[in-house]
Design a protein around this ligand. Structure first.
Ligand code: HEM
Length: 475
């Protein structure tokens, strides 16, 4: 058995099990972010939650870990830990069982091979070829806005992210169909969380399990139609879906049809909601920090002199890069993730078995005051000096399973923020209530009402209410 001892070790933590753990589970279900902070304050960086059902046959426990030392082991050692707990397994032969088996839930040599196969259209040279089309799309998106119009910026960024995913990942201009696909995938994943929370496991009419199965069938059907459309059109576009279809045609044994569908589903799911959240939070944080907004505006005025910009030009905008990183540090779209040991492993004196689920809390890893001083403040300039190691900043994860879309997502984020600021000034509606909660991703649960103003450089923060104030310390 491999044994690991981290710098954070306080010896094996006590297990909260049986009926006593109910209150912790309820807390987790009600408010995961508050739950994580409470557990950290009470037990430190490693905590164990036992099975809450007395005499339950399963010995599954939830192991909560916070911080780089645990990330380094659990995310770094893909030979010992696999993804697990993200999506229910579902009955064999069901659409749910098939579509959940995309790259996210794979591990071992098949995962390595498929990851390699999906990489080419997402590398830097390929992503560079998307700059023109993405810039145009962002422009036509902003064209829809009118001065003085009040918009929910979160809903807007969901639409934009959907358009980008449709056109550049799937090579489709049918934004209506793309929206339906994106929203159906999201409903499927939300239903999956609900089904797990309700411990619903039987496919009886009216149960969330049954709704989950039907939703998975709908996702599969929509994705099959998308792939069929792509096969008939066969335009030589450099999008990700075309590449996967090519691989399927050239080496059918390497990529069965059901796996092609599952990869396509996961790609859409992984890209659409994460990017929408990052965009919405970033535009909000800029608007609420006028001094940063003014400096960023000046950097964009100086640095982005033509549209579409050259890709290399975007590398010369250090504050824009820092603002985006800082926004995802404070409010990471993927606030936590799960892993499962593939064999017994000892972590700080605690023996973990193959039934345990490890929960890595990225949201709190990003708030380690030893790595990020004033961790609850939005201070983008910290990135000019800070060089956190890869496991201290895990917005895109770290190690062998780093997000495949990081370069693509950063391009979309940079182009959107730069173009929005060149064309308009967004201000938060005074008195708006901004809440943050985890529904798959860390999102603004009530949206973000913002007003489209002319770009007059008169940046000013608005008074806001809501529980976001718990998460971000505003000056
Ligand atoms: C701001 C936007 C994004 C964020 C914050 C983000 C974050 C992440 C994180 C944290 C993971 C690891 C998940 C885990 O370990 O459980 C991940 C994996 C992944 N992401 Fe992203 N992502 C973003 C955008 C994208 C985009 C645009 C794409 C596709 C173009 C994409 C494709 C993937 C894929 C395929 C994986 C799985 C990699 C593997 O398991 O080997 N992501 N992402």
């Amino acid at each position: 058995m491999e044994r690991f001892v981290t710098d954070a070790s306080r010896g094996a933590p006590p297990a909260l099990s049986g009926v006593a753990s109910w209150k912790w589970y309820r807390h987790y279900l009600r408010d995961p972010l508050d739950f994580f902070s409470t557990v950290q304050n009470r037990f430190g960086q490693l905590a164990v939650l036992g099975n809450p059902i007395p005499l339950a046959p399963s010995k599954r426990r939830f192991i909560l870990t916070i911080g780089a030392p645990f990330n380094r082991i659990v995310l770094g050692r893909t030979d010992l830990f696999r993804p697990g707990g993200q999506v229910l397994r579902g009955p064999r032969g069901s659409a749910h069982h098939r579509i959940r088996q995309g790259i996210f839930s794979m591990y071992g040599p098949h995962q390595t091979a498929d990851r390699k196969m999906m990489q080419p259209p997402l590398t830097r040279p390929s992503v560079a070829t998307y700059v023109g089309a993405m810039s145009q799309l962002i422009d036509s998106f902003i064209d829809r806005w009118r001065l003085s119009q009040q918009l929910d910026m979160y809903a807007e960024m969901r639409t934009l992210s959907n358009w980008v995913a449709a056109q550049l990942l799937f090579g489709s201009d049918d934004f209506g169909a793309a929206r339906r696909l994106g929203e159906t995938i999201e409903q499927w994943l939300l239903l999956d969380s609900e089904t797990r929370e309700r411990l619903s496991i039987i496919d009886l009419p009216g149960t969330s399990f049954s709704r989950l199965m039907r939703k998975a069938e709908e996702v599969e059907m929509l994705m099959k139609a998308e792939i069929q459309r792509k096969r008939l059109a066969r335009a030589a576009t450099p999008d990700v879906l075309s590449l996967l279809i090519d691989v399927r045609e050239k080496t059918p044994d390497a990529l069965p049809e059901w796996r092609l569908i599952a990869h396509a589903v996961i790609l859409y799911a992984a890209s659409f909601e994460t990017t929408a959240n990052a965009l919405a939070w970033t535009l909000f944080l800029i608007a609420q920090h006028p001094a940063i907004a003014a400096e960023l505006q000046a950097e964009i005025d100086r640095g982005v002199t033509n549209w579409p910009p050259d890709y290399a030009m975007l590398d010369e905008l250090p504050l824009l890069d820092a603002v985006i990183k800082e926004s995802m540090r404070l409010l990471p779209p993927v606030a936590y993730t799960f892993r499962t040991p593939m064999q017994e492993v000892e972590l700080d004196g605690l023996t973990l078995g193959i039934k345990d689920k490890i929960l890595l809390v990225h949201y709190l890893t990003h708030r380690d005051p030893d790595v990020f001083a004033n961790p609850n403040r939005f201070e983008p300039k910290r990135w000019f000096a800070a060089k956190p190691d890869p496991y201290e900043y895990v917005a895109f994860s770290a190690g062998p399973r780093l997000c495949l879309g990081v370069t693509f997502a950063m391009l979309e984020l940079k182009l959107t923020v730069a173009r929005v600021m060149q064309r308009v000034r967004l201000s938060v509606v005074a008195g708006a209530r901004i809440d943050a909660g985890i529904q798959l991703t860390l999102r603004p649960t009530l949206g973000i009402p913002m007003v489209v103003e002319p770009q007059d450089r008169r940046f000013a923060a608005a008074e806001i209410s809501g529980d976001l104030r718990r998460l971000v310390e505003f000056a």
